[in-house]
Design a protein around this ligand. Structure first.
Ligand code: PLP
Length: 400
């Protein structure tokens, strides 16, 4: 799964280009930078790779969601719908935009259930954020059709699905925009970093200005100090070293996915021997980025039994039904309204009134599903010996 596995001389070369000029900042330093604009080049190449018109680099995948929500005009009183199986970052960004996250069930795609989405749309819904979890697509075509019917923009949280395609089209290009993360464990990494892709030039410009303290990015003869501002912004700027890393990693992305697909196919063949097993619904196996291999057992008891045997054989799988970073029932800080804000915001308003209650038992179908799910992370590189160890553990579990 992670790009850190392939860090090598290509990354070092790109980084040395930057160190040789000493210009770490994406803007200005005209002469000194000798024509080197790594972040800008990374934005162009990443967007082109995905088949999008524009890319906006930022400091993280969380910042990418935040910046996109800002450019979509999201604020107090708004609701943003996302799914209950995602990394906490998705809804942290929603809260940070002063809006309220609303969570849907997930289905066998392990992503947003369109039928539940339909039920959760209200007149306050301003954005819908399906997440392409574990390298596989959400039912984005159905979700987009529902959103269009209600006139609501779709932001695709594509943090975990760089290189994933659905019917030949990259994830992140179906909605208004797609956001990516390049943190240390993602399919491609820049250490920390993120990107938003979109086809909408004006929208890109709002994001570009917002992420840079509101600097107007019209060509300005006065240089940065002379640039005006049309609205207040923030600082989510990516630096040149990250852009350099991104260029080297992007060039390796398709090869990483190809390696993962081979390993994943081997794991799947072994798991097919488990009685009653079924597999995550990957809508387009051809376009799978294969960063994870996910399978369902018949019930929770069987999942626990199987994983116990896998663990005993040094090949324990991830049980996301129990995961406290990725699954709603275990976000105890959300349920407990834990916040640093003295008045209790965003759970309470400034007069101490409760604004929202998040019930840990609110999404029973997803719990029933994730309780019988087991997942392996698929590395880019794996030795024959280790792969053999995992597949023989799976075969032992199948016979038990
Ligand atoms: C990693 C991740 C993010 C956040 O990315 P960071 O770069 O770590 O801020 C957002 N959403 C999902 C689904 C993620 O997995």
């Amino acid at each position: 799964m992670p790009g850190f596995e392939v860090f090598g001389k290509e990354e070092k070369k790109e980084i040395m280009d930057v160190l040789d000029t000493g210009v770490l900042f994406r803007y200005e330093f005209g002469e000194q930078r000798q024509g080197i604009y790594k972040v800008r080049e990374f934005e162009k190449k990443f967007a082109a790779y995905c088949g999008a018109k524009h890319g906006q680099a930022v400091t993280s995948g969380t910042a990418a969601i935040k910046v996109a929500l800002a450019a979509l005009g999201v604020g107090p009183g708004d609701e943003v719908i996302t799914q209950c199986f995602t990394f906490v970052a998705t809804w942290e960004a929603i809260f940070d935009s002063s809006a309220m996250p609303v969570f849907t069930e997930v289905d066998e795609t392990l992503n947003m259930d369109p039928a539940d989405l339909e039920k959760k749309i209200t007149e306050r819904t301003k954005v819908i954020i399906p997440v392409h979890m574990l390298g596989g697509p959400a039912r984005i075509v159905e979700i987009k059709a529902i959103a269009d019917r209600h006139g609501i923009p779709v932001l695709e949280d594509t943090a975990q699905a760089a290189g994933c395609r659905l019917n030949g089209r990259h994830m992140g290009t179906f909605g208004k925009c797609g956001t990516f993360s390049f943190d240390s464990v993602k399919t491609m990494t820049t250490g920390e970093g993120g990107m938003i892709i979109t086809d909408d030039k004006d929208f890109r410009r709002l994001m570009s200005e917002y992420h840079d303290h509101g600097h107007d990015h019209a060509v300005n003869p006065g240089g940065r100090g002379g640039e005006g501002r049309s609205f207040i912004g923030f600082n989510y700027r990516m630096m040149e070293l990250q852009g350099a890393m991104g260029l080297a990693q992007l060039a390796k992305l398709d090869d990483m996915v190809a390696c993962q697909k081979k390993t994943k196919a081997v794991l799947r063949r072994a798991a097919e021997e488990i009685p009653g097993v079924s597999f995550r619904n990957i809508l387009d196996p051809e376009g799978d980025s294969a960063t994870f291999f996910s399978f369902f057992l018949e019930d929770k008891a069987q999942a626990v039994r199987v994983n116990e045997i896998l663990r005993q054989n040094n090949a324990g799988a991830i049980a996301f039904g129990e995961n406290s970073w990725h699954f709603y029932p275990h976000w105890e800080h959300l349920h407990a309204n834990a916040t640093l804000s003295r008045c209790g915001w965003p759970f309470k308003d400034q007069d101490g009134r409760q604004r929202v209650i998040y019930d840990p038992a609110a999404l029973p179908r997803s719990s029933a599903l994730l309780d019988r799910l087991l997942v392996y992370q698929v590395p880019v590189h794996i030795s024959e010996g280790r792969l053999e160890e995992i597949t023989s553990a799976i075969r032992k579990a199948a016979k038990a």
